[in-house]
Design a protein around this ligand. Sequence first.
Ligand SMILES: [Zn+2]
Length: 300
Amino acid sequence: MRIGVDLGGTKIEGIILSPHGKLEQKLRIETPGQHYESILEALLEVIVTLQQQANKTLSVGIGTPGALSFPAEVMKNCNSISLNGRALKKDVEAKLGYEVRIENDANCFALSEAHYGAGAGAKSVFGVIIGTGTGGGVVINKALLTGPNSIAGEWGHNSLPSSARELIDNDRRCYCGRSNCIETVLSGRGLSRTHLDRTGEQASAKDIAKAAYAGEGEAIATLDIYIQQLAQCLATVTNLIDPEVIVLGGGLSNIKRLYDSVPSAMADYVFTDKMLTRIEAPSFGDASGARGAACLWPIA
Ligand SMILES: [Zn+2]
């Protein structure tokens, strides 16, 4: 048994995961605003409550926005800004008195799908988040690929391939300070912006997908562009790591057309005559963060 906690901007979800990937316990509370001390306290409360429900002290993994920055081991790249610059891991360990593991939430998603979900059985899995942001994680032989910068899989802040840039009218500033990052077109906001630029209409990603499903011409045209851009951006990842499975996650992974259209659109850009990489829907949706966090520790 292992504990996994997903520390999100709106909720903190903790679970106890069995060795077979079954949820034994689940606890979900609202994230208490933006104050670091309150977030830390709420996080500890979830962990302590779950430990009390288990008969022995379990290992604890935590999925967070952003990542740990080395060597100082403080948080960086968090959209929950109050975590940035904070020694979250050390602070949690100091209160609990034992080691915990912390990983980026997109990495936890990839790990969860590679162990128990759509990527189970595959030797290499690229887990992609397309939602509020655009992140990703790489899992090889069930182990997360990590590096000195804690950014493995962060393809959302690569520049768009030029062929995908040509499909939009204007340069797009990214919050990271650069322009035309992949995230500026593949996030939910990116899709909305493409639709706005093309048609002058303001619509959410969800509404565009719904309208396209209902056969509305402009929405279909916007989604066609999105599919081309997603395919071209995934092709660059595929040429680099050749994953057996790409699992899509985040809000936009609910768009069913992606699974039919993206593989054939990728074929033109991947350096092979027959592309065997599978593009799969996620198995666990929202629950992936906490599941993946538990998987940061060996099966127990
Ligand atoms: Zn960026």
